[in-house]
Design a protein around this ligand. Sequence first.
Ligand code: HEC
Length: 190
Amino acid sequence: MRRLLALAGLLCVLGFAGYLVLTAPFTWDELHPSRDVADAGPPDLANGHSLFYAGSCGTCHASPAQKDETHLGGGLALTSGFGTFYMPNISPDQADGIGGWTTAQFIRAMREGVSEHGDNEYPAFPYTSMQRMTANDLRDLFAFIKTLPAVAGKARGHDLKFPSRCGGASASGSSSFSTANRSSLIHRKA
Ligand code: HEC
């Protein structure tokens, strides 16, 4: 009996470890072909402006209790069955927003839901809807965001229920919904 329990325990640990490895961003990178990268040319700010409003970035990321959608200090609460998400600051502030990010980091976050530090983002951030965007469109969007006011102050951390607060849980969202790397979907039909 004791052996059976030990075996069951071992299987649980191995299963959990396997889950973490399978859902880790580096496993995703290894298993999927690399995507297009942005051209070095100057960004198209008008295109970035259109994408910003088409993607409704301000609806979630604008600071609450004010009307300016380009004031991207975050902090708005999104309540869900998983707990409460607080929108992060995505203004160009170097310390508290995404002003210090590289274009490649921004593109990865938007298409793959992987944060600046390589962690999985929660799918409350609708990156699964943006996974088919081209790198050039995202470069333009990032350049446009950088023209907006820098807002100081980090938004508070999410207040999630167990097990949603465990890092790997968000990765299951990435794995379940992301289809972007299927090559037929990568290229925008002209
Ligand atoms: C439905 C609400 C919603 C919309 C619309 C939305 N986001 Fe977000 N976004 C979130 C949430 C929630 C997070 C935090 C996810 C997490 O912490 O794992 C997030 C995270 C991010 C991050 C990562 C920030 C960080 O510090 O890691 C970036 C970058 C981002 N969003 C950019 C955008 C842009 C650009 C748009 C518009 C094209 C947009 N978002 C639209 C909800 C939204």
